[in-house]
Design a protein around this ligand. Structure first.
Ligand SMILES: Nc1ncnc2c1ncn2[C@@H]1O[C@H](COP(=O)(O)OP(=O)(O)OP(=O)(O)O)[C@@H](O)[C@H]1O
Length: 752
């Protein structure tokens, strides 16, 4: 059975061995911009007519300049603008990076215009329509190749996703494109290219004749063609690294003809199609950088012997006892490390202490960065989930038994896994950490969740994700526990009669730590809550309100409650926390709901005038300066869909107000918390999507809804009862909402 390795694992290993951070680490804004750049590229070259940039250029033909202009405008309005707006809170401190990103996007549109015109010129193929040209592109293509070496005990299946494959017009050859935002690291690039070359040789038609192009947008474009001749210098060492990472390399012997990697037949390089801008050479040459020849020269001049990848190859290819910065793939985690670890890997945290980050079904996962609001809480106080039966022997035996059932089920389906210790016990789910068995792929496992759930007798399909190079399997806890609201109170702090508190409790993570959203922070200023009927939305809204009431007085907090179902907030009808007499809106209360929102907008403007008079720009500074409380106003809306589904005109007015408040109200101390049963495109797109990046995802009806809300599937496999995925920055984190019992509610919500 071949051992699977992905290109990104190998790339990260090279980075680590070179003593650098793994690719993909780094500032979240930088990562986000890189990801956006790839998404925009995929949209422009894809087949969706509403997003395609190819269509825009072809539609404008024969006016090439008009095509370029329209493409730029389309790219901004349809693809870049909405993404920037959506991520505005994260990006607002990084104006310079955003400008560089935009410049790179402009260069990308020029490159695409050139390429489309080259294709249009290829009259021999009779390419006329945008669809025909778009068919030349394959975006995010998954490539797989099984590699064998004489000194390997098993084969290695290498998997990678190339940014784009372009069939060169007039030939049947292919050019593999790797896209980079930012300056390249020439030798690291070379190593990556070598990996793709290995891959492409097994997959792409005519690959022997094909070229691999690196497009660096830094932000100007440098196109680099890399040929097999160059790749050949690093390929043997790369193969040695692959063998070592996969654990198939046999101990090194004195080199002999038999153990040397097979020499590769040198393929001819195919340049990128010559463009009208004449950036690419007409004739294939070993390596060409059209825009930035200096970069090429640098690559060729620098001695690979002292380069980053070279060092990595050298150390990685040595016997495990001498190098190996990371355990080989088949060494059990936790087994004795090699004697010498020149660049030790970061210590693995106790899984129980990690924030849960779930991107099921193939997505990569990482713990989301805590917001500034949560950080001190995490370390100082924590609301611990009831220890309950988690530590009782009977319960732990049941969990162990469940773990064994899972192991058997995986084995029966031909995808063996090894559990790594006992599960972490959350209030409603158990999280097992596991290692893939030899030759098993993640996709194989992810495809089998239903069967494995059934076989192991688990009511809901397990949620399986990747985390730090191993598997996370989350299953419903057989003895689910409720997190009582009272247990989180210490984490919410005491009442501050002047400033109050802007912390909204969200839920408790697997380690029992409360996560909160700080409404005063730009990232969490407004919240969108969604979940199917019975998932726990209304209870969540009540719990969030109770959390705010606990830490505020009516001088520091006021509520505006919109209750289309007439059921969510009735206990608060006479609460002193209501903002005005229109503070609780229900259908038939004598006004349209948009009037309530109008009142909030008017209050926002009034506050900004107050602030201006005091020479301050937000609520906190105003309070500090005047030493007088001014209540934060939080508008909770249950069932938003019911409000907007009645009348088109009212919907328009509501959306306009939400747009305004979402964009401007935070600094004035006015916030929106909006819940909907249907996180569908029809409901979310527009005002909500643009201004509410912070999301609470309870169980949804489908993976599509989950994706719409959280950008990833997974919420459809939650268990209900306040089991949720919370997303502010980074990947969603799985949390359990505390439960406010009717008695506590009556006590906290009573009119005083
Ligand atoms: N955090 C929680 N802990 C335990 N049980 C909960 C929790 N939240 C909700 N529940 C249970 O789930 C039931 C449904 O919750 P809720 O009424 O909030 O759902 P909903 O999503 O608002 O449904 P609908 O949209 O149909 O009103 C509650 O009656 C309660 O029994």
């Amino acid at each position: 059975m071949p051992v699977d390795l992905s290109v990104s694992e190998v790339r990260d290993e090279l980075q680590r061995a070179a003593g650098k951070e793994a690719i993909g680490s780094g500032q979240s804004a930088t990562r986000l911009l890189g990801q956006m750049f790839h998404e925009v590229f995929a949209d422009l070259c894809g087949k969706d007519p509403l997003r395609s940039g190819i269509r825009v250029v072809v539609d404008a033909a024969p006016d090439r300049d008009a095509g370029q202009q329209r493409l730029l405008s389309h790219t901004y309005h349809a693809l870049v603008g909405p993404r920037l707006t959506r991520h505005q809170p994260l990006l607002q401190e990084t104006t310079r990076q955003v400008l560089v990103f935009w410049e790179a996007i402009q260069h990308l549109t020029r490159w695409l215009t050139d390429l489309v015109w080259t294709a249009l010129d290829a009259t021999k193929e009779g390419l006329q329509t945008w669809e025909e040209i778009a068919a030349l592109f394959t975006v995010d293509e998954k490539l797989t190749r099984e590699l064998r070496q004489p000194d390997w005990s098993d084969s290695v299946r290498l998997v990678g996703i190339t940014d784009a494959l372009i069939r060169i017009p007039r030939t049947s050859r292919f050019c593999t494109i790797e896209l980079k935002l930012g300056a390249g690291r020439p030798l690291m690039d070379l190593a990556q290219v070598a990996l793709y070359r290995l891959l492409a040789a097994g997959q792409v038609p005519s690959s022997a004749d094909s070229a691999l192009a690196l497009l660096h947008f830094a932000p100007t474009l440098a196109e680099t063609l890399i040929t097999a001749t160059e790749v050949a210098t690093v390929e043997p060492r790369l193969l040695a690294l692959l063998g070592k990472m996969a654990g198939v390399a046999t101990p090194p012997k004195a080199p002999s003809a038999a153990t040397r990697p097979e020499p590769r037949k040198e393929p001819k390089a195919e340049p990128l199609p010559a463009t009208r801008g004449n950036r690419t050479p007409a004739k294939p040459e070993p390596r060409k950088t059209a825009k930035n020849p200096a970069a090429n020269v640098e690559v060729l001049r620098r001695s690979p012997a002292r380069s980053v990848p070279e060092a990595a190859f050298t150390s990685a290819a040595m016997p495990a006892t001498q190098s190996a910065s990371h355990p080989p793939k088949n060494r059990p985690l936790g087994a004795a490390p090699p004697a010498v670890e020149p660049t030790p890997s970061p210590p693995r945290e106790d899984p129980r202490k990690e924030a849960v980050a779930t991107t099921p079904a193939g997505g990569s996962t990482s713990a989301a960065a805590p917001t500034s609001a949560t950080a001190p809480l995490v370390t100082s106080t924590s609301a611990t989930a009831p220890p309950a039966s988690a530590s009782a022997p009977a319960a732990s035996e049941r969990y162990a038994e469940l773990g064994q059932k899972l192991v058997r089920a995986f084995r029966e389906y031909g995808s063996p896994v090894d559990l790594l210790g006992e599960p972490a016990v959350g209030p409603r789910f158990l999280r097992f950490e596991a290692r893939l068995g030899r030759g098993v792929t993640f996709d194989q496992i992810a495809r089998r969740t239903k069967e494995i759930g059934l076989k192991a007798g688990i009511p809901k399909d397990p949620i399986i994700s990747r985390y730090e190079g191993h598997l996370r399997i989350e299953v419903e806890r057989p003895d689910p526990q409720t997190v009582p609201f009272a247990s989180i109170l210490p984490a919410l702090g005491e009442r501050d009669p002047l400033r109050g508190s802007a912390l909204v409790p969200i839920g408790v993570d697997v380690a029992g730590t409360l996560r909160t959203a700080d409404l005063a922070s730009p990232i969490n200023a407004h919240l969108l809550v969604a979940g199917t009927t019975g998932s726990g939305k209304t209870e969540w809204l009540r719990m969030a309100i109770a959390g705010l009431l606990h830490a505020n007085t009516p001088e520091t907090l006021r509520l505006v409650l919109i209750d289309p179902k007439l059921a969510a907030f009735t206990d608060l009808k006479r609460s002193p926390y209501l903002w005005t007499k229109r503070g609780l809106w229900t259908p038939g209360s004598g006004s349209d709901v948009d009037e309530v929102l109008d009142d909030l907008s008017a209050e926002m403007e009034r506050r900004y005038q107050l602030f201006e008079a005091e020479g301050v720009d937000d609520l906190a500074r105003y309070i500090e300066k005047t030493r007088k409380p001014l209540a934060r106003i939080v508008c909770f809306c249950d069932e938003y869909f019911a409000l907007i589904s009645q009348d088109r005109q009212i919907r328009k007015r509501i959306e306009a107000q939400i747009f305004l408040l979402g964009a401007k109200a935070r600094a004035s101390g006015i916030h929106l918390v909006i819940a909907t049963q249907q996180p569908s495109r029809q409901v979310i797109q527009g005002a909500l999507n643009a201004n509410m990046p912070c999301r609470v995802g309870l169980m949804t009806q489908s993976a599509i809804e989950s994706r719409m809300l959280l950008d990833v599937p997974g919420a459809e496999r939650l268990t209900g009862y306040g089991d949720l995925l919370y997303k502010d920055v980074g990947d969603p984190v799985r949390l359990q909402a505390p439960y406010l019992s009717p008695e506590e509610r009556a006590r906290l919500f009573k009119p005083s």
